[in-house]
Design a protein around this ligand. Structure first.
Ligand code: ACM
Ligand code: ZN
Length: 770
């Protein structure tokens, strides 16, 4: 009985039933500033027609016609006026638009008419929104709910970047990337065209830039630190975009109201250019530079002392500015070591002649000299936040990537700033547990982290906030070799970026975004050739839950996808149970269950597998060690190459000792092998009984055991990643063991605990004993 009443209420309050009931944003990403559902519906039938206001609006009306034809079998006529009034009209017009924001639009959907109003970009965005309102199912006479939408962007700069220096992507893919940018109402494509590993834009005056600088003899295999010495693929790699191709990209982008900002890196990240023209390096003893074959920051950069460098760069920029009509040229400026400049007689003479204090001021001289040239041509420069060092060029816009402080500093100097911090919008970072993801540089920036970002720092005084002109996500491609992989890294994070860039903070709601709108958008993308990362089932968590009865309550992250699950600890497959309705999992006293889930989309794409341990084990009793305990914890250092923390045997330790806390910091004073295992073993004093969470953040793998029971399994070879578990503990002394291993590259281990809702901290040294 209760069930029936409930569904009646739902029906009565649902404004319409064929799209996204109860979705206040009607499925639109980015969420518009205002949506009012007015009742009734509009039907796209064969009797409908498409109209436009001014001649300049026609293009957009035609784009919408093509969309209906391609997706809903409807071929509607397009005209400025019809002799016989059509039964239903979809009108795209700039005439009626009254908003002030050039990218704003309104949509009025009535039962017999849709009016989309906006000018140029605004009208285009109105059309993009209208497209998103149509149902997922490609039916013949699609219907949409009547509504009034008023919309405009929060920020005027909304960017997505792509590095084509490390790996290159063909022009058709660049266009597809621009489609994605436009679809999510971003307006800037930052094309990172030059790198140490490849110069990718044809410069007619300097043909060797692409003939020589466009190709590297081979490329590093695997992760930077995977093996020492590093190994290479022995395969020549490279290519470049001709100026004609670049112009084609610019024109294509303009048709989607996307501006392309080219980046020509200086003074650093320029080894490919030096390989082509070594005389532009420091000093006279010019080594034969080679286009770089591995990643990183290199000492060889453009010489700031030679006038030839500036002549060269001005020539290059002159050709570049002729291709890219936008107001900005990005000149890089990041990661330029000053070691060569310190030793170069030309650079030192420049410093002396110009009474500069040091090499930072020389970089500032470099950038300012280039800025003057660019400004003279009527354009402005953008640089990474290093251009603040040694003095900011007078008219430069700063792109803040090493956190947000560069952006804040620039804004306080009344310079425009674009926020692109690694903490929130580096799309080359991992989206999930690295052991289940394609190889990435490092980091962990999941969808929710991107979504949570507010580009205008609350700490920035109101008078300076207007200088934060927008936000951008960056896609560096050291580890991204294919278009499919680029798409995987960008979708769905671009949806979160879109809402960060467009929607006012009070209109944002992550739960509503991730559970109602993203699943529909991904289902639409699932019907295309675009690759994307399938999120894990909504409601599935990688953690331990202490309970005797657990309600497995899941929602597909992609509409129409199936969720498979197991409760036996085995990895789910398509042959396992399909999740249909919430399932109550009963766990008898003193037992546990391991629930795993897998999502498979209609096109066959698979998510990562989640693992939730449901534990109804009795509290672990305190032990009574028959020895006197001392403050601290024992460590066992075991040199050697391990792939699993589980296989590190403290019995084979080469060194052991006592430290106050469980981490690798204390070992920093010792010269460690680049590959080793480290085990910490001792006791932990629990003062209050209850459920404790523990987590390890480690690079590479780690495990945490309490009283010989696995509580955190963060094993496997990976970059820094945190995994959480939980355990029910009686008060008193318990055994604790943390095993970890480190295989090449950077090392890290931190161990945290939390109790009764208090924030987690590193395990305090006061409760560790041996
Ligand atoms: C950067 O990530 N080096 C700007
Ligand atoms: Zn020099």
């Amino acid at each position: 009985m209760r069930k029936i009443v409930l569904s009646l209420i739902l029906l009565a309050t649902a404004p319409f039933v064929y799209s996204q009931p109860s979705d206040p944003n009607l499925g639109i990403i980015p969420a518009p500033q205002s949506v009012k559902i007015t009742g009734g519906q509009f039907t796209f039938s064969r009797d409908a027609a498409i109209m436009y206001g001014n001649e300049s609006d026609r293009k957009i009306a035609e784009l919408f016609r093509d969309f209906l034809k391609d997706n809903y079998f409807l071929d509607l006529p397009v005209a400025k006026a019809f002799i016989k009034a059509p039964k239903a009209v979809i009108n795209f017009t700039s005439i009626t638009y009254e908003g002030l924001n050039p990218e704003g639009y309104t949509i009025s959907i009535m039962p017999d008419q849709i009016q989309v109003s906006g000018r140029d970009a605004g009208l285009f965005y109105g059309m993009e929104t209208l497209m998103q309102l149509l149902p997922l199912k490609k039916e013949a006479a699609p219907k949409i709910a009547c509504a009034e939408i008023v919309d405009e962007p929060r920020y005027k700069y909304r960017g997505l970047h792509l590095d084509v220096g490390r790996h290159m992507f063909p022009v058709p893919f660049i266009k597809k990337y621009i489609d994605l940018i436009a679809q999510y109402k971003l307006n800037t494509f930052h094309w990172h065209l030059t790198e140490d590993q490849g110069w990718r834009i044809e410069i007619k005056k300097y043909p060797k830039l692409t003939q020589v600088g466009g190709f590297r003899d081979q490329t590093l295999i695997g992760h930077y630190h995977d093996q020492m010495p590093q190994i290479f693929d022995g395969t020549r790699y490279g290519g470049y975009y001709t100026q004609a191709e670049a112009k084609e990209v610019v024109a294509y982008a303009a048709s989607k109201f996307v501006t392309v900002i080219p980046e020509i890196e200086m003074p650093g990240h320029s080894v490919a250019a030096l390989a082509a023209y070594p005389q532009l390096g420091c000093g006279d003893d010019l080594a034969a530079f080679k286009v770089e074959q591995k990643w990183g920051v290199f000492h060889d950069i453009f010489c700031a002392g030679k006038d030839d460098t500036f002549k060269f760069l001005e020539d290059v920029l002159t050709e570049v500015m002729a291709i890219f009509p936008g107001e900005y040229i990005h000149i890089g400026g990041d990661e330029a070591p000053k070691t060569r400049w310190e030793k170069c007689k030309y650079c030192q003479k420049r410093i002396a002649d110009n009474k500069l204090k040091n090499e930072h001021e020389l970089q500032s001289y470099f950038i300012q000299r280039i800025e003057r040239f660019v400004n003279l041509k009527g354009k402005k420069i953008i640089g990474w936040d290093e251009i603040l060092e040694g003095g900011l060029a007078p008219n430069a816009t700063v792109m803040s990537w090493r956190g947000v402080s560069g952006g804040i500093a620039a804004a306080k100097m009344k310079h425009d700033a674009i926020m692109t911090p690694g903490s929130h919008v580096y799309f080359d970072h991992y989206q999930g547990n690295p052991v289940q993801e394609p190889l990435a540089i490092s980091g962990f920036t999941p969808l929710e982290q991107v979504y949570s970002y507010n580009p205008t720092p609350e700490t920035l005084a109101a008078e300076y906030q207007k200088y934060i002109i927008g936000v951008q996500a960056n896609v560096w491609t050291e580890y991204i070799k294919t278009p499919a992989h680029v798409e995987y890294m960008v979708v769905p994070r671009i949806m979160a970026l879109s809402e960060v860039a467009w929607t006012l903070p009070h209109k944002k709601n992550y739960t509503q975004f991730a559970s109602q709108r993203v699943p529909v958008h991904l289902a639409r993308i699932d019907q295309t050739s675009t690759v994307y990362r399938v999120p894990v089932a909504i409601g599935a968590k990688d953690t331990t839950i202490i309970t005797g009865r657990y309600l497995l309550d899941l929602t597909p992250p992609v509409k129409g996808a199936k969720i498979y699950y197991t409760i036996d600890g085995y990895t789910p497959k398509e042959t396992d149970k399909v999740y249909e309705n919430p399932v109550s999992i009963m766990v008898p006293y003193n037992e546990k269950r391991v629930v795993k889930t897998l999502v498979v989309t209609p096109s066959g794409k698979r998510s990562a597998v989640t693992t939730t341990i449901i534990s109804n084990l009795s509290p672990l009793l305190a032990i009574n060690p028959q020895v006197r305990l001392n403050q601290g914890i024992k460590y066992y250092y075991v040199p050697g190459e391990f792939n699993l923390a589980a296989s590190v045997d403290p019995g084979r330790a080469e060194e052991e000792g006592v430290v106050s806390q469980i981490n690798l910091d204390k070992g920093k004073d010792k010269v460690r092998s680049r590959s080793y295992g480290m085990v910490f073993s001792g006791y932990i004093n629990i003062s209050r009984p209850g459920i404790y969470t523990f987590s390890t953040r480690s690079d590479d793998g780690s495990q945490l055991l309490i009283d010989d029971m696995m509580v955190v399994d963060n094993d496997g070879r990976h970059t820094s990643f945190e995994v959480t578990g939980a355990v029910n503990l009686a008060a008193g002394i318990h055994k604790i063991q943390v095993r970890s291993f480190q295989l090449g590259g950077s090392a890290g281990l931190k161990v945290f605990m939390g109790h009764a809702g208090s924030p987690k901290t590193e395990i305090p040294e006061t409760i560790l004993f041996y």
